[in-house]
Design a protein around this ligand. Structure first.
Ligand code: F0G
Length: 450
């Protein structure tokens, strides 16, 4: 259980203001001012609440440019929680990805993953590589019985590597949990098999460990032979297969900013290379773009993230949101993942055709109805793909209470029940298609009368 140690007052703007704010934002919730948002489920990244122990560490941060004691505390925490004693710090996850993929990927390479997260995909592509996804069958199905639907399809990955030529595959990436596939977990057995594949290909195995603790919690609940084992040892066991682990501290680091790459003991040359790249792009290799106080808070956060009582509450709240939504007739993805509930917008708003973005229509309608901000991860965010029309409701860590969760379920329930949300069309979009959902503007499509 948690009690509040600091509070923020937030009001629901009246419906007139919500209408005005959404129109000013071009029907893109990334353009809203947070002051106009009542419950913010846009992301679980950097939006959580720090503990009093983290704030105490924060106040004691060492701001030395080089050799900061706060960096040493972070190294100690990563060693004890993740099992790696060499890290290269970065300002956040994508900074760490830039350091790593810029060093490992060359023009013409193919990088295979269970599913690349957007920034991972972008960094692989920016380094000249081609990102290829091999999720397991059913990863995008709404109802699955799979315990580990976030897994890499190792056989498909092997076949793909053979078809493009193994020498073109320098890296296999396993993202735990699989954010882009409804936040589903990955088993330790799957990572072990990914390791074997990487060895066969003479490639590196990278784990994107943004949500390493939530993933390990699922392992201890569901994986044969590991049920009821201890979360902390499941974390270390899972990550031990990797040559490198990329972490955004904004998730299971329980902080608002920061990240790092952790490297295996035999990666001396890569370690030196990443330190050089850190100096170029992030900051000196004992701070990497973070303030000392932020590193100190992350050192505490990493340890708190593997507390079973915390994880039980965390994953339990996500499950509670899914249950309440379902009680209100909202079609959600099952089983639910660790950080978010994913709604099937095509089923929620069947009257809206795919070309009018049912996911974005649902996002806008939920904002208008209850001031709730969520994010579309369907064909608006990923143009030209056949992805399902997903809307993600990501819960910040340790921030919201049962009342918030109830308000969100009530809001979505009302929108789905009324079934009169408006379809949208794109008015203006950025030149880079993969950035469309951050900055495009839209407008409601006028209803056609026949
Ligand atoms: N990898 C994964 C799996 C992520 O989910 C994210 C961020 C990153 C890398 C990049 O980390 O934001 O610190 O630069 N995910 C956030 C989200 C933005 O909303 O899912 P970052």
């Amino acid at each position: 259980m948690y009690e509040s140690a600091m509070v923020t007052r937030q009001e629901l703007p009246d419906s007139e203001r919500r209408r005005e704010a959404l129109s000013e934002a071009g029907y893109n919730v990334f353009g809203l001012s947070a002051a106009d948002v009542y419950v913010d489920l846009l992301t679980d990244s950097g939006t959580g609440t720090m503990s009093t122990a983290q704030w105490a560490a924060y106040m004691g941060g060492d701001e030395s440019y080089a050799g900061s004691e706060s960096f040493e505390e972070l190294v100690d925490a990563v060693e004890s929680v993740l099992g790696f004693d060499r890290i290269v710090p970065a300002h956040q996850g994508r900074g760490a990805e830039h350091l790593l993929y810029g060093a490992l990927v060359d023009e013409g390479d193919v990088v295979i993953s269970n599913t690349h997260f957007d920034t991972t995909r972008a960094h692989v592509a920016a380094a000249g590589g081609e990102p290829a996804d091999c999720p397991v069958d059913g990863a995008f199905d709404r109802e699955t019985t799979g315990a580990f639907d976030g897994n890499l399809d190792v056989d498909a990955a092997r076949a793909l590597a053979q078809s493009v030529g193994p020498e073109r595959v320098p890296v296999v990436v396993v993202t735990v949990t699989n954010n882009s596939a409804a936040g589903q977990p990955v088993s330790i057995e799957n990572v072990r098999r990914a390791r074997e594949l990487a060895d066969e290909l003479d490639a590196r195995l990278v784990i994107d460990g943004c949500r390493f603790a939530e993933n390990a919690w699922f392992v201890t609940q569901r994986e044969a032979g590991l049920r009821d084992s201890d979360v902390a040892s499941a974390v270390r066991q899972q990550l031990s297969f990797a040559d490198a682990v990329v972490v955004s501290g904004k998730k299971d680091g329980l902080v608002n900013i920061g990240g790092f790459v952790a490297l295996a003991d035999d990666e001396d040359a890569l370690f030196e290379r990443l330190r050089e790249r850190a100096i170029l792009y992030e900051g000196f290799y004992t701070y990497g773009g973070m303030a000392g106080r932020e590193m100190a808070a992350m050192a505490v956060g990493l340890r708190e993230a593997v507390d079973p009582a915390y994880l039980e509450a965390r994953v339990g709240q996500v499950r509670e949101l899914a249950d309440l939504l379902e009680d209100r007739g909202v079609p959600v993805y099952r089983p639910v993942g660790g950080h978010a509930v994913y709604v099937d917008a095509a089923a929620a708003l069947p009257e809206i055709p795919r070309e009018q973005f049912p996911g974005q229509a649902l996002v806008c309608a939920a904002y208008l109805e209850g001031g709730v901000r969520t994010v579309e991860l369907g064909t608006f965010a990923f143009p030209g793909t056949d992805r399902p029309e997903l809307v993600r409701l990501a819960l910040p860590r340790r921030r919201y209470h049962r009342e918030h969760v109830e308000h969100v379920a009530e809001t979505f329930g009302t929108v789905v029940e009324r079934g009169d949300a408006t379809g949208l069309e794109v008015v203006d979009e950025p030149t880079r298609a993969e950035l469309r959902h951050f900055s495009a503007t839209l407008s409601p499509v006028s209803p056609t009368h026949d």
